[in-house]
Ligand binder design. Structure first.
Ligand code: A3P
Length: 344
């Protein structure tokens, strides 16, 4: 395995290495720009603004994405996790981090970083964490391979991500489960903010109208699907349901995709299964750092437990009416027709 031998920077070291500067004028410039865009209510605790590339987001992450676009310089060795919110990002971040850093941090080590940091602290979002609160960090000192994450659609990735040749791992999920997961998540944030919960019917309406974070869902998935078809060596396209069916096969795919395939010796020692166990819902959701820890984001300090609910497939059947399910399936079928992508 050819992973960097340098120690993996954990939170404090990472902060020291990133020498953060601030640029309030740049953030203010983009905040004014976003504030002038059309806005509406949506499946969130915040108002959505419509980006000129056609997607919806609340103000803070949209500004963060714009700052990332102009300030981030990608390297060919970078790896970016891209997802629609509530597609299983937390799981994918865990699997990728544990796979890439398995030499320095074996999955079975008692001091693995996951026992002290949530997955969202191990791989940070551009628009919620790295480019937030007026910060413009210098990321040059971070050792290769640098791991990042984002929810923005392919069209709005920081421009050097598209031009650098770096790798993107995209994970999508059945839209009905994505919607139900987002509805629960959003209602937890609404309760925190003293807002009334959204009914599931209202959530379905917003979702179908594209008014979910980084929605429309279908455009988001298609953007990365088309990028994957055009550049399969650069964009890996994964599905949550398939990962659930065979997580070990997906860990191997991930490792090969990022250029760190498992050796015969590692296979023999059961390294793949150890990573699967470490990152499993059952294991991660019971960790102290999940139950009591928080991850710092531009939208406030988020309890890590918010990112773990059920971790199952087809939970939508317990919350959506059959009509709502059929309605979403019909939109999915129409939008994906002729693209080679099938989600039903
Ligand atoms: P549910 O709300 O359906 O349970 P994201 O990480 O993109 O925010 O997505 C969160 C969803 O992924 C939640 O789905 C959560 O329970 C699930 N999830 C989190 N960690 C997981 C894991 N290790 N394995 C499987 N699913 C996981």
């Amino acid at each position: 395995m050819s992973s960097s031998k340098q120690p993996i920077p954990l939170q404090d070291e990472q902060e020291a290495q990133t020498k953060t500067e601030t640029n309030p004028d740049l953030y203010q410039h983009f905040a004014s720009l976003v504030s002038s865009l059309p806005r509406s209510q949506g499946l969130s605790n915040n108002q959505f603004y419509r980006h000129d590339q056609g997607w919806n987001s609340s103000l803070v992450p949209m500004v963060g994405a714009m700052v990332a676009d102009v300030c981030f310089t990608a390297r060919p060795s970078d790896i970016v996790v891209a997802t629609m919110p509530k597609s299983g990002t937390t799981w994918l971040k865990s699997l990728l981090y544990a796979t890439v850093h398995r030499e320095q941090h074996p999955a079975e080590a008692a001091d693995h970083p996951f026992y002290s940091l949530g997955p969202h602290e191990c791989i940070k979002y551009f628009e919620f964490q790295i480019y937030s609160r007026n910060s413009v960090p210098n990321l040059k000192e971070l050792p290769d391979p640098r791991l990042f994450a984002t929810h923005v659609p392919f069209v709005s990735l920081p421009r050097t991500v598209a031009t650098s040749g770096c790798k993107i791992v995209y994970l999508c999920r059945d839209p009905k489960d994505t919607l139900v997961s987002m509805w629960h998540f959003s209602n937890k944030l609404r309760a925190r903010d003293g807002l009334e919960p959204l009914s599931v019917d209202a959530a379905v309406e917003f979702f179908c109208d594209g008014l979910s974070p980084c929605g429309p869902y279908w455009d988001h998935v298609l953007g990365y699907w088309q990028a994957h078809l055009a550049h399969p060596e650069r964009v890996l396209f994964l599905r949550y349901e398939e990962m659930q069916r065979d997580p070990a096969a997906h860990v191997r795919r991930l490792a090969e995709f990022v250029g760190l395939p498992f050796s015969a010796g590692e296979e023999e020692k059961g390294v793949v299964d150890a990573i699967v166990r470490l990152c499993s819902f059952e294991h991660m959701s019971r960790l102290e750092v999940t139950k009591g820890g928080k991850s710092d984001t531009a939208l406030g300090s988020m309890p890590n437990s918010l990112f773990f609910r059920q971790g199952t497939v087809r939970d939508w059947e317990n919350h959506l009416s059959p009509e709502a399910g059929r309605r979403i399936d019909a939109i999915t079928e129409a939008k994906f027709k002729g693209t080679g992508l099938c989600m039903i």
